[in-house]
Ligand binder design. Sequence first.
Ligand SMILES: Nc1ncnc2c1ncn2[C@@H]1O[C@H](COP(=O)(O)OP(=O)(O)OP(=O)(O)O)[C@@H](O)[C@H]1O
Ligand SMILES: [Mg+2]
Length: 259
Amino acid sequence: MPDNGVILEVEDVQKRFGRVEALRDADFELRNGEVHAIVGDNGAGKSTLIKIISGVYQADAGELRLDGEPIVLHNPREARQLGIETVYQDLALADDLDAAANLFLGREEYLPPPLGSLGFLDRKAMRQRAEEEMRRLKIGISSVDQRVVELSGGQRQAVAVARAIAWGRRIVIMDEPTAALGVRESAMVLELIKEVRNQGLAIIMVSHNLPEVFAVADRITVLRIGRTITTMATKDTSLEAVVGMMTGAVEAALRAEGS
Ligand SMILES: Nc1ncnc2c1ncn2[C@@H]1O[C@H](COP(=O)(O)OP(=O)(O)OP(=O)(O)O)[C@@H](O)[C@H]1O
Ligand SMILES: [Mg+2]
């Protein structure tokens, strides 16, 4: 394991969809206990990159390393087994189920045999665990029995984030976690992200919202047209500089100067 706190390395990753080169040369390094933002213009390759890290897509070339060991992910289940959880933009919550059931979606706990062998769920254990999880993350929903369809956008997002955090032992990835949220709800999700970071997980956050990125991210990686432009500590850069790198204005200005 690299001793510089690096948990995940992405090296020279390429991904093509037919004639579209979504990623040409993506490099990225994630450290333990950091919030790492990935930013870039529409179509820069951000979602493709995180889908490669979460096992949805396989890279055409390049390497992923977890704790210094090369890994190959054939599907999201393999990523989850390694402790990598993802909150996708569309959330994938089951509206008709309550928050507790959503937390355990696809990972239901069964009663001991013989009832468990017949498919009877251990609802009490799941409910208890869900309540503990919501408390730990300071998520304000009145009851874990409340159906998700009745929750506000921010609460739904919080349930989705809670699910990822509950199971993500190492890395939690979030694609545009606040895109659909109002000001107050966004603030709640951002607080949650900080809370999770403080508990030692590493977080990758894709976002279009640069003020938010500057509010929570420790480091920022800029992608442009499928390439990593740079990674910087948030405190060493500015919003204007990042916008310049996202759009290519910085290089255009340098070229104009003849350098
Ligand atoms: N499944 C796919 N099939 C074909 N082309 C795709 C697919 N997924 C992504 N692309 C293309 O790859 C490029 C990168 O897309 P990607 O979704 O990674 O961008 P993004 O940075 O997440 O953009 P946005 O900010 O709009 O979400 C785009 O040109 C997109 O059209
Ligand atoms: Mg995207």
